[in-house]
Design a protein around this ligand. Structure first.
Ligand code: ATP
Length: 327
């Protein structure tokens, strides 16, 4: 008999509704359906991304999976344990890190923070030293561990948070917007840490607003909008699902009236988005698969002043924007 391993995370039709109350005397209630029937699975060793705009329901989903919130309906299992009935078992086996840099002791060194949390999380004293050492290595803080956290950059703090979230050797780590507010160099170091973590066998569920980060890191992605999953697959699947045609970006100074409508009306043009960047407007034109629309589009723009004009393959960000706009 072949035994098929159970997914590490199994989410079935998960729902969470919030009831908010307003007013002290004339009370009125409002219902917010934050998560409206979400289903997905994450296999062992995978790095799974949950992407979606602000308020889409990502954090609410994570909070249900780590037992900080009760689902209104539906079911979820983490490492085979039901998040409601076996909440205690789930808690002991998962780690989580939320974005932002609160929750560390500023006046203690990184090393002392980890020693302190190890004790708090019940890591046996004989294991603690070795574990802390391994984690400092994993998150790239060796050599800086004796400095006070108040002198750490945001990126270093976030890596220390990840180390904290891993002290009790969780099999699954939930990372909710870990790179928020971190500069590009810090973000790159953070991505390297996440990769190390997955290489070491940890299953990771990550949320991020940075598409290139998701593209670089994630094995699979679910795009969530208004509480529902609108697409799921590998980054390559998502890029293909939406736009298989090429994308043209045209930087233009002073877009003449009526031109946008003409470009949109071109038969092989799928969509046009205008973005203001300083003095310039940038037109992003998505062509139908197999179509070459550059000449036709440029003909409409004749007489205008151009900056750069580039033709490229669709990125995950293009796919994401289309998916979310269509939701
Ligand atoms: N405790 C709460 N009480 C009432 N409404 C809430 C509560 N927590 C979340 N919500 C609402 O639920 C919806 C989903 O919020 P959630 O934080 O899950 O979104 P998100 O996808 O994580 O967004 P972001 O990218 O901004 O972090 C939002 O409309 C939010 O205002």
């Amino acid at each position: 008999m072949v035994r098929v391993a159970e997914p590490v995370i199994q989410v079935d039709e998960l729902v969470r509704t919030f009831h908010t109350r307003r007013g002290l005397f004339r009370r009125s209630g409002k219902e917010v359906e934050a998560v409206r029937g979400v289903s997905f699975t994450v296999e062992r060793g995978e790095l799974f991304g949950l992407l979606g705009p602000n308020g889409a329901g990502k954090t609410t989903t994570i909070k249900m999976l780590i037992t900080l919130l009760l689902p209104t309906a539906g079911r979820a299992r983490v490492l085979g344990h039901d998040v409601v009935k076996d909440a205690h078992d789930v808690r002991g086996k998962v780690g989580y890190v939320f974005g932002g840099d609160r929750g560390l002791y500023e006046r203690l060194s990184g090393l002392d923070n980890l020693r302190y949390f190890a004790e708090l999380y019940g890591v046996p004293a004989r294991e603690s030293k070795q574990r802390v050492g391994e984690l400092l290595e994993l998150v790239g803080l060796v050599g800086r561990e004796k400095e006070r956290v108040e002198g750490y950059s945001r990126g270093m703090r976030q890596r220390l948070h990840i180390a904290r979230g891993l002290l009790h050797r969780p099999e699954v780590l939930f990372l909710d917007e870990p790179s928020i507010g971190i500069d590009p160099v810090g973000a790159r170091e953070l991505r390297a840490t996440v990769k190390n973590l997955v290489d070491a066998g940890t299953t990771v569920l990550l949320t991020t607003h940075y598409m290139f980060e998701a593209d670089e890191l994630c094995d699979r992605i679910a795009v969530i909008a208004q509480g529902r999953i609108v697409a799921q697959g590998t980054p390559a699947d998502l890029k293909q699902q939406v736009t298989t045609g090429t994308v043209i970006e045209i930087e233009i100074f002073g877009l003449p009236d009526g031109v946008l409508e003409k470009v949109r009306a071109e038969p092989d043009v799928q969509s046009v988005v205008v973005d203001v960047q300083g003095q310039a407007q940038v037109l992003t034109v998505h062509a139908q698969p197999g179509a070459d629309v550059l000449q036709a589009v440029m003909a409409h723009l004749e007489g205008s002043r151009f900056g750069r004009v580039i033709t490229r393959e669709p990125t995950l960000e293009d796919a994401y924007i289309e998916l979310v706009n269509a939701a």
